[in-house]
Design a binder for this molecule. Structure first.
Ligand SMILES: [Zn+2]
Ligand SMILES: [Zn+2]
Length: 416
C-alpha cells in the first residue's frame, strides 16, 4: 500500500518545494536539503493512534486514583497519589508551579489524547470542528511533558534514597504505561492526513515548481496547517489563521525573550529551590548545591543529569538561539554545509528545551513526599519559580524563531 498520488510540500525548515509520490507503508519522506521529516505513511494510522490514545487515557485514570509512591522515614510511612503533588504545591503557596504541573503533565496531554480519539474515530465531525480540534492539538503539543515528569520521578528516587526507603505501587507502573502509550499515539498520529480531509493542499496548484524555494516563487507556508499558499493570501483558507512569508519581526521577540530569560537565570541560580527543615532548623539549597551534594554522595550520573538539564541546557539554549538570530540576520555568505549545521542546532534546541523542567518535577516530587512533621520536611523555595519561568520563556523564544531565515540568501531578504 502506498500513500496519496503525487503532491507538493514546502519544507517548514528550509523553504524548499518538493514533489512527493508513493511513500511506502511504514516509511517517511525527508527533505533532501535539510533532512526534516516531510510526511509519513503509517498503516492504519487512525485505528492505531486512537487505540494507543484510549489505552493511555485508561492508564492515567488508574494512575490518578490510588497511592503512587511511598517512603518510609525512620519507621513512618508516607504515601502520595499523583494528584497529591499539585495539591501540596498549591497549599505551600506555590500555585504557579502547581498550575504548571497540572497543565504540562496532566491536562494538555489528556486533552491531546482526547483530540486524537475524536479525530480518528468515525464520529460525524464537521470540517470546522475538525479544524478547531487540530488547532488546539498543535498549540498544546509543545507543552506536554509527561515523559519529562517520569524522568524527574526516577531522578528524585536517587535523592529520596538519602531520606528513607522508597516503594512504588502498581499505580506507578500504570503511569509508566500512560507515558509509553501517549508517546506511541503521538508518533503514529498524522495531523496532515486530517488536514487533507478538511481540504486538499492545492491552493497554489499550477504555479509550483519543485526544487526551488517557496520565497522565490512568491509562495508561503501556513504556519498552522502547512498548506502552501500564494503570498497575497492574508488568511489561510483551510485553517483561517494568518501567516507571513517570513516571520522576521519575531526575531526581535526571540531576542527580547532571551534577554529576559538571561536576567531571570541569575536569581534562579542564586536563590534556593528547596528548603529542608530538620528538627525545626531550615536550610535552603540552590540547584548547584544539589549537584555538589549528589556528586559528593557518589551519585555522579544523577549529579550530571541535574547539572546538564538545569544549569548547562538553559545557558546553552540562550547562547545557541542568540547565535541562530545572528546567523539568520547578519551572515551574508551562507552555504548548504553551514546552514545544515545551524538547522541541526535549532532542532537540538527545540528538542532539549523542555527537558530543563526535570528539576522542577524533582523538587515537586520530593516536596510532596518528605513531610514528616516531627522530624523533617522539604519545601519548595523561591528559586523554583524563577527557574520554571526561565524554562518557559526560552521555550517560547525558540518557538518564535523562524528557521527558514537560516536558509534565506540576502537577495531573498528583500522580498517580504
Ligand atoms: Zn528542508
Ligand atoms: Zn492553514
Amino acid at each position: 500500500m502506498t500513500i496519496d498520488k503525487q503532491h507538493y510540500v514546502l519544507c517548514s525548515h528550509c523553504d524548499l518545494v518538493i514533489e512527493l509520490s508513493n511513500i511506502a507503508v511504514g516509511h517517511k519522506a525527508v527533505c533532501p536539503r535539510c533532512n526534516t521529516t516531510l510526511a509519513k505513511n503509517n498503516s492504519n494510522m487512525k485505528f492505531n493512534a486512537a487505540m494507543y490514545a484510549a489505552c493511555s487515557l485508561i492508564m492515567i485514570i488508574v494512575g490518578c486514583g490510588f497511592l503512587f509512591i511511598d517512603i518510609r522515614i525512620v519507621g513512618n510511612f508516607i504515601g502520595i497519589s499523583l494528584l497529591d503533588i499539585p495539591k501540596t504545591l498549591f497549599f505551600d503557596k506555590y500555585r504557579y508551579i502547581s498550575a504548571l504541573f497540572i497543565l504540562f503533565v496532566l491536562l494538555f496531554p489528556i486533552l491531546n489524547l482526547l483530540i486524537i480519539i475524536l479525530l480518528c474515530s468515525k464520529l460525524p465531525l464537521t470540517k470546522y470542528r475538525k479544524r478547531d480540534l487540530l488547532i488546539v492539538y498543535e498549540k498544546f503539543q509543545h507543552w506536554c511533558m509527561p515523559e519529562i515528569f517520569l524522568t524527574g520521578i526516577l531522578v528524585s528516587f536517587v535523592k529520596l534514597m538519602s531520606y528513607g526507603s522508597i516503594g512504588v505501587t502498581s499505580t506507578f507502573w500504570a503511569f509508566c504505561l500512560f507515558v509509553f502509550f501517549y508517546i506511541k499515539s503521538l508518533v503514529i498520529f498524522s495531523p496532515e492526513t486530517i488536514w487533507s480531509e478538511i481540504h486538499r493542499n492545492n491552493f497554489a496548484q499550477g504555479i509550483l515548481q519543485a526544487g526551488k524555494t517557496g520565497i522565490c516563487q512568491n509562495l508561503k507556508l501556513c504556519s498552522c496547517c502547512e498548506a502552501i499558499l500564494p503570498k497575497h493570501y492574508i488568511k489561510c483558507p483551510r485553517c483561517k489563521q494568518k501567516s507571513k512569508i517570513r516571520e522576521r519581526d519575531k526575531i526581535q521577540w526571540t531576542i527580547a525573550l532571551l534577554v529576559t530569560s538571561l536576567i531571570l537565570y541569575i536569581p534562579a541560580n542564586l536563590f534556593g529551590i528547596m528548603i529542608t527543615v530538620v528538627f525545626g532548623s531550615p536550610s535552603s539549597s540552590t540547584i548547584m548545591d544539589g549537584v555538589i551534594y549528589m556528586w559528593q554522595a557518589g551519585d555522579v550520573p544523577v549529579a550530571l543529569v541535574i547539572f546538564i538539564a538545569s544549569v548547562a541546557i538553559p545557558i546553552l539554549k540562550i547562547i545557541s538561539l542568540s547565535w541562530l538570530c545572528y546567523f539568520a540576520l547578519a551572515v551574508k555568505r551562507k552555504n548548504n554545509h553551514n546552514c545544515l549545521k545551524m538547522k541541526k542546532l535549532y532542532t537540538a534546541v527545540e528538542f532539549i528545551g523542555k527537558w530543563s523542567m526535570i528539576d522542577i518535577f524533582v523538587v515537586s516530587v520530593i516536596c510532596s513526599l518528605v513531610r514528616n512533621q516531627q522530624m523533617m520536611g522539604v519545601y519548595p523555595d523561591i528559586g523554583v519559580t524563577f527557574f520554571a519561568t526561565v524554562v518557559i520563556i526560552t521555550m517560547i523564544a525558540s518557538q518564535k524563531f523562524d528557521p527558514r531565515l537560516i536558509w534565506d540568501l540576502p537577495q531573498n531578504k528583500k522580498i517580504d
